[in-house]
Write a protein of this length. Structure first.
Length: 647
């Protein structure tokens, strides 16, 4: 029987008094334990376990689609498609043929889970691989992590063989990282104690924690018991071990840290959809799939259906995102540059409360620290890690370790560079935009400020958004991309994600207050009840987004639903001799209908829309001739758009 251990607590035991601690950057992590992701059921996000039904569907040709899992056993590990998100599907030769199948199913299930959460058809799975840039692929990574989280929380006896295979895979990978962490920490501490003269601090750790060390005074036998060199704290060596183990991918793949940060944030977004629009999500995936995750939703099902879900101290629904966004230091950096290279790994350690410093220690303290490293290394070698305990770790460090381990199996990232599809006027939805003053206007695009203060533009394509980003304050994560969500700033500059679900949006606050509530949608209207103070919500559902435009002005935008032409107003128009006038026939429709004369004619005193068709309107102008005969004239107009036509 494996003996569980919790590395974060062990790390804390070896921390000693810090010198010059007032200069160390401190990040707020008190809310980590309150995040719903650390609660027993991982809540509505167990939805993501519902989707194997989709993943094993065979194509009409009998083959397997890119986004489906292969159910065939093979004597060798089959090659991956170049842009599969999980890059390493053969981590162990003995397990390769079977584990490859399970890992591809994990990705397939994540793809289908993402589509279901956004109300997108399963047939849109190919969009992710054909057009998806890093931001969309990060959404799939988040969905995979959430599936693994649900598996970890299950009792072993309740796991399917497929789930157990994935659990064993992840557990072994985490164990390898734990061994590497303490092996590296021991080696680096030995390097210091064996030769304090030539020892140098890691530049990323030194810069982050404002540390300095000069070994020259201790060269040539100058060191003595009286003038002993300041020793890096034990936590310095564990932080260095983190960088070289869990963070090793950051040194090899430049995109790893931004990938880790963005995927972590996406976990929170998907949580917001599931909790805010839970009942609608359940309905969208159908009864057959609902049965697969109903047990996980049992504790929430009644409240979700009634729209009454509240969570005491719900904390940050960004489900781990405080690693990136907690505290003013990291929050101010923005997503585009929040983690640039290995520095990001160190920032995550800071957020989890790991403090590195220089200290003066006695020989006994030094020996105790080294001995503790050796004990932790022995534990890592002889015991498989307790993943459930790591998830429950109140510092959040265990959660980070699991995410970093998983996401390291998805690099190098191979996002698509294919030309994105174009918005189709008359087919794809437009935006109805209302400014602080003035009537609503219809626009093909929505221009707004993203979290970094960059100018972003979104257009629709089917159930997706086609997004472009123009760098203003920070590099854009993706200059152009396709996604089902918009990251925006509200009137107060608070960061939100609006996730499209049909014609509505599930809004999730990036960094909720501990008192914020889950303002779930009403099952009848599909949106959060009117009168709710949305500023006090961690997540809510609405048919609109209120956000800052590119100039910082507040606007409200909603999807403008396509409708066939409809005549507005009377069909009887009256003109009087000697009275010049113009009257307009208005046709309502989205997109605006083309209105043309089909039959009939009027005397020369009349002008019919300047002799051409109109768009949404048709003008009839009378010149006011006093001698015009009084008569009734019949005209037939036709109006048409992509949805329908009338006459």
């Amino acid at each position: 029987m494996n003996t569980p251990f919790r590395t974060a607590q062990s790390d804390n035991r070896v921390q000693t008094k810090l010198l010059k601690h007032s200069r160390l950057p401190r990040l707020t992590v008190s809310g980590i334990r309150r995040w719903f992701i650390f609660h027993p059921l991982a809540l509505a996000l167990a939805i993501l376990l519902a989707l194997p039904v989709f993943s094993w569907q065979q194509s009409n040709q009998g083959g397997v689609h890119l986004f489906q899992a292969s159910a065939q056993s093979a004597s060798v590990c089959p090659p991956n498609p170049a842009n599969l998100i999980i890059q390493n599907t053969c981590p162990a030769a003995a397990q390769a043929p079977f584990l490859s199948k399970d890992l591809k199913q994990l990705e397939s299930d994540a793809v289908n889970a993402y589509l279901a959460l956004h109300g997108l058809p399963a047939t849109d799975a190919s969009v992710i691989y054909t057009y998806g840039r890093q931001d969309l692929r990060d959404e799939i990574r988040a969905a995979m992590f959430t599936q693994m989280l649900a598996i970890i929380k299950k009792a072993p006896s309740q796991r399917t063989p497929h789930e157990q295979a994935l659990f064993d895979w992840l557990q072994r990978l985490v164990q390898q990282n734990e061994i590497a962490l303490y092996t590296t920490a021991i080696a680096d501490s030995d390097r210091f104690f064996n030769d304090p003269c030539t020892f140098t601090l890691d530049p990323d750790i030194a810069s982050t924690y404002k540390l300095s060390y000069d070994g020259h005074p201790f060269c040539g036998g100058l060191a003595s018991n009286i003038f002993a060199p300041p020793v890096p704290a034990a936590s310095y060596f564990t932080t260095y071990g983190f960088k070289k183990s869990y963070g090793a991918a950051a040194e090899q793949f430049k995109e790893f840290d931004s990938l880790l940060a963005d995927s972590t944030l996406s976990v929170g977004e998907q949580a917001g959809i599931a909790l805010g629009a839970g009942a609608a999500v359940a309905a969208s995936v159908g009864a057959a799939l609902f049965a697969n995750f109903s047990a996980a939703l049992a504790a929430w099902g009644t409240a979700l259906a009634a729209g009454e879900v509240t969570v005491e101290g719900v904390g940050a629904l960004a489900a781990g995102s405080t690693f990136i966004l907690s505290g003013s230091t990291v929050a101010a950096i923005g997503i585009g540059t929040a983690v640039a290279g290995p520095v990001g790994i160190i920032l995550i350690c800071v957020a989890a409360g790991v403090l590195a410093a220089m200290q003066l220690v006695t020989d006994s303290e030094r020996q105790a620290d080294i001995a503790n490293f050796s004990n932790l290394l022995d534990q890592a070698k002889n015991n498989l890690p307790d993943l459930a305990a790591m998830i429950a770790d109140t510092s959040g460090l265990g959660n980070y370790k699991i995410q970093a381990t998983m996401y390291s199996q998805t690099v190098p990232d191979r996002p698509s560079a294919a030309m994105l599809p174009a918005h189709r006027p008359g087919t794809d939805f437009t935006f109805e935009i209302t400014r602080a003053s003035g009537a609503p206007s219809i626009s093909e695009s929505l221009t707004y400020q993203d979290w970094d203060g960059n100018q972003a533009t979104a257009k629709t394509w089917g159930g997706w958004f086609l997004e472009t980003c123009t760098t203003v304050n920070a590099p854009c994560l993706a200059g152009e991309g396709i996604n089902a969500s918009i990251r925006y700033l509200d009137a107060a500059g608070v960061k939100w994600t609006a996730s499209r679900f049909g014609n509505n949006f599930a809004h999730t606050k990036a960094k909720p207050d501990s008192t914020d509530l889950i303002c779930a949608a009403d099952t009848k209207t599909g949106v959060t009840p009117a009168g709710t103070d949305l500023t006090k919500c961690a997540t809510y559902v609405a048919d609109h987004i209120t956000l800052q435009d590119a100039s910082g002005n507040l606007i409200t935008a909603k999807l403008s639903v396509l409708t066939p032409p409809t005549l507005s107003g009377s069909t009887l128009l009256a003109f009087g001799p000697g009275i010049p006038s113009t009257q307009t026939i208005t046709v309502i429709g989205n997109p605006a209908a083309t209105v043309c004369l089909s039959s009939g004619s009027l005397p020369a005193d009349f002008s019919l829309n300047g002799g051409s068709c109109g768009t949404g309107t048709f003008r009839i102008q009378f010149n006011g001739n006093r001698d015009a005969a009084i008569h009734t004239y019949a005209l037939t107009l036709s109006a048409s758009n992509s949805v329908g036509n009338i006459s």
